[in-house]
Design a binder for this molecule. Structure first.
Ligand code: F0G
Length: 359
């Protein structure tokens, strides 16, 4: 076996993680995702800005959730757990189902009925999870699985499980390794707020170990119809086309506030129209197909740039990392609803040429 190949986040960052020689590592070799420089977005933001896109869609199940799930499932296996359980807007359930399958552990997932993207549902089903559609929203489904995990021998693998956060923080390590320092600004979508909590933990630990000298400002974006942190109160009926972040009462609310306040960052919101515009922009100009929730990072970047936020903070070249949390193929319906359908033409050269001209 080639020792230089990537071995997944537990082996790559073992000294930062709560594992020992007895922990059975359940991995799909997650991590090592792309950090792409975006020339077009950098130019759009203006003088001295360098915008990088951390594309978590290249993880094995197509989202950032694999980083935390490898550790949560490995630790569940270590204690002999027979069943893992989670509530999910789709990506957590896809990752739980895949890692559960690999570990040989039964997986139960609760999803809000009719409110998760088709690709994510397909993933949970094909990996053999028991999938239950709850007649309620994500927050209600999470309350149920919390209660079950307290009363029955099932391991909760939502980000309330601290191992999820521990594994997830490797995303911050990778950004620093790839940039060879911390960025000045770290932008990401916020839903249940586990991810922003984890990234901030990761940056702080990397600085403590002397791997980086500075810390980024942490900047999170919620969808306007699902922005409890921005409004400082839970939202009973959250609404947004970005179903992954359709959450009204985030479990890691406090972690998100700590990341924001300790780093001198902010948490703002972006409208569905801004999300869709950013979703199209990053696909059309950078060649990255992301899911709508992920586009909240780009929508937020453009919103702050319009307010001259980055210029105000500008002392030298400013490095901005936007995390693109999930792959666009998870939610093909959204792309098809957003862009006009292909024109139907006869199988003739003239018809093709005519159609191309009229575009
Ligand atoms: N982006 C995507 C694609 C997500 O799936 C999620 C969360 C987030 C961003 C927000 O991350 O919750 O840590 O603040 N998805 C969860 C799920 C809730 O069930 O898959 P967060």
């Amino acid at each position: 076996m080639n020792e230089s190949r990537w071995r997944g986040v537990i082996e790559e960052y073992r000294s930062f993680l709560p594992v020992n020689s007895h922990t059975p590592v359940v991995t799909l070799n997650e991590g090592n995702t792309l950090l792409l420089f975006s020339k077009k977005l950098s130019q759009k933001i203006g003088t001295n800005a360098e915008v990088y896109l951390k594309y978590e869609g290249t993880n094995p199940t197509g989202s950032f959730k694999d980083r935390g799930m490898t550790l949560a499932v490995s630790k569940a296996k270590e204690i002999g757990s027979k069943t893992i359980i989670c509530a999910s807007t789709g990506n957590t359930s896809a990752a739980a189902a895949a890692y559960g399958a690999r570990a040989g552990i039964k997986c139960v997932v609760l999803i809000p009925k009719g409110a998760i993207a088709m690709g994510k549902l397909a993933q949970a089903l094909i990996h053999g999870a028991t999938v239950l559609a709850v007649d309620g929203n994500f927050d209600e489904a999470l309350a149920v699985v919390r209660e079950i995990a307290q009363k029955y021998p099932m391991t909760l693998v939502n980000s309330l499980n601290p191992f999820r956060i521990e594994g997830q923080k490797t995303g911050a390590f990778e950004i620093c390794d790839q940039l060879e320092e911390a960025p000045d600004f770290h932008l990401m979508p916020v839903g249940n707020a586990g991810n922003i909590t984890a990234y901030w933990k990761g940056y702080k630990e990397y600085r403590k170990r002397g791997k980086i000298e500075s810390l980024p400002r942490m900047i999170g974006f919620q969808a306007a119809g699902a922005a409890p942190i921005v409004h400082d109160k839970p939202i009973e009926h959250p609404q947004t086309i970005a179903t992954a972040i359709r959450i009204g009462n985030p479990a890691s609310w406090k972690g998100a506030l700590a990341a924001r306040d300790e780093s001198g960052g902010l948490i703002d919101c972006v409208s569905d129209a801004e999300i869709i515009a950013a979703y199209r922009l990053v696909a059309e100009t950078d060649g990255l197909f992301v899911e709508p929730a992920s586009a909240a990072s780009i929508a937020g970047l453009l919103k702050l740039a319009r307010k001259k936020y980055f210029r105000k903070n500008l002392k030298g070249p400013v490095r901005i990392v936007c995390v693109l949390t999930g792959h666009g193929l998870k939610d093909p319906d959204r792309a098809i609803q957003t862009i006009p359908k292909p024109k139907v033409i006869p199988p003739k050269m003239e018809a093709v040429l005519k159609a191309i001209k009229s575009r």
